[in-house]
Write a protein that binds this ligand. Structure first.
Ligand code: KG4
Ligand code: ZN
Length: 372
């Protein structure tokens, strides 16, 4: 089955073509038009600017994804004779379904992807699958996941076994999810205020670093000299009985620390490292606790913050120590931050169950919950 995935929930215009067969799904193309450079000067995503960029990008990105997946043919343009790749006309013969992220996200951004999916579904006469963006992040784990530190090749039978505990951490959400089967989600806990990625972005702003903050805070933390003393930040809710998170107090604690310290600008690697460690400690602790409580032998990480090397490494270590019988899956870096291959992958498993939505009924929903 060939699935065209569309993702426009925030500031990345992304389209992917994936092929699914049996219990495996593989991305044939994964095109992302990033708007980071545009939003950087504002220190964060400006929704109206993002939506307008999506409108400009979406069709060229659809074309590129089809071409890269070899679903387009080369034709001669009559006026110039110039050879240019164009999607084949009879595409409905190639694409079996369209999967689109319908939310959560920025409503004006989501609308661009949803309207594009509706139009293509009507024109190509193919069914549509509505995908929750968070579900997409989760399904990045079914695309050549890195299992126990090794990249699993796509031709190896995917051995993910339910139940699975998933830590999904991004700019917009932080969640611990128990999955008992494909499309069966139980949200065990989530952030009560800022998401982990949002906390990284705000910490970066406090430290005078660029947007998006996660990668740059991580790069600064990596510059820390061995043996340097760190100021101590809190580990919010680490000992709380629930599986919920809270990161806004951590950001405020960082603000107070640097306000007290006249030399803070000389110690950015120290503050970045301690902030990253505080977030990592809480995320790792709660994930292990959830896996133990629900007796899960499969643990997964997903979302933009899953690109963080320390989180990947330290969660790997904790699983090895505390749950030596368990497997840890982590998506490849390109499938951690927003992309459409993850939407196509989630779409494949829903399409297999014939869980389609009539294109006339397809709706963007900025606040949609993760439900079965
Ligand atoms: O999943 P994503 O691309 O978009 C949302 O759904 O929000 O995640 C973006 C978030 C940003 O907050 C960004 O700072 C964070 O992921 N991020 C990171 C890293 N790379 C991206 N956070 C920590 N370390 C990283 N290496
Ligand atoms: Zn995302």
């Amino acid at each position: 089955m060939i699935i065209l995935g569309i993702e426009t929930s925030c500031d990345e215009t992304a389209v992917s073509v994936a092929r699914g067969a049996g219990n495996n799904v593989k991305a044939l193309s994964n095109v992302v038009a990033s708007q980071i450079e545009i939003h950087k000067k504002y220190g964060g995503v400006v929704p109206e600017v993002a939506a307008r960029e999506h409108v400009l990008n979406i069709l060229p990105v659809v074309n590129e994804a089809l071409i890269k997946a070899d679903l387009a043919s080369t034709i001669s343009l009559p006026s110039t004779g110039e050879k240019t790749p164009r999607p084949r006309h009879a595409l409905s013969k190639s694409v079996d379904a369209i999967a689109v992220a319908v939310g959560p996200g920025l409503i004006t951004s989501l609308l661009v992807g949803v309207e594009t999916a509706k139009t293509l579904a009507y024109a190509w006469r193919v069914p549509v699958v509505a995908i929750n963006h968070i579900e997409g992040h989760i399904y990045a784990n079914w695309l050549t996941p890195i299992r126990n530190g090794k990249c699993q090749m796509t031709n190896v039978k995917n051995k993910i076994k339910f139940p699975v505990i998933i830590l999904t951490v991004s700019g917009g959400h932080t969640m611990l999810v128990l999955m008992n089967g494909h499309g069966q989600y139980k949200v065990l806990g989530q952030t009560r205020d800022d998401a982990a990625g949002e906390a990284f972005d705000k910490a970066a702003q406090l430290l005078g670093l660029e947007y998006p903050g996660g990668p740059i805070v991580a790069a600064m933390a990596a510059k820390l000299q061995i043996g340097q003393k760190l100021s101590k930040l809190p580990r919010p809710m680490i000992n709380d009985k629930s599986f919920d998170f809270s990161f806004s107090g951590l950001k405020t604690a960082l603000l107070y620390e640097i306000q007290k310290d006249k030399q803070w600008e000389k110690k950015i690697p120290e503050y970045a490292a301690e902030f990253q460690q505080a977030v990592t400690d809480v995320l790792v602790h709660k994930t292990i606790k959830a896996a133990l409580k629900y007796n899960c032998k499969n643990i997964m990480l997903s979302g933009g913050v899953a690109a963080n090397q320390e989180l990947r490494k330290q969660l790997g270590k904790a699983v090895k120590n505390k749950l030596p019988y368990a497997h840890l899956n982590i998506p490849e870096l390109k499938y951690c931050t927003d992309n459409a291959a993850m939407i196509a992958a989630a779409g494949y498993y829903r399409a297999k169950r014939k869980d389609f939505t009539l294109w006339q009924k397809l709706k963007a929903n900025a606040n949609i919950e993760l439900t079965n």
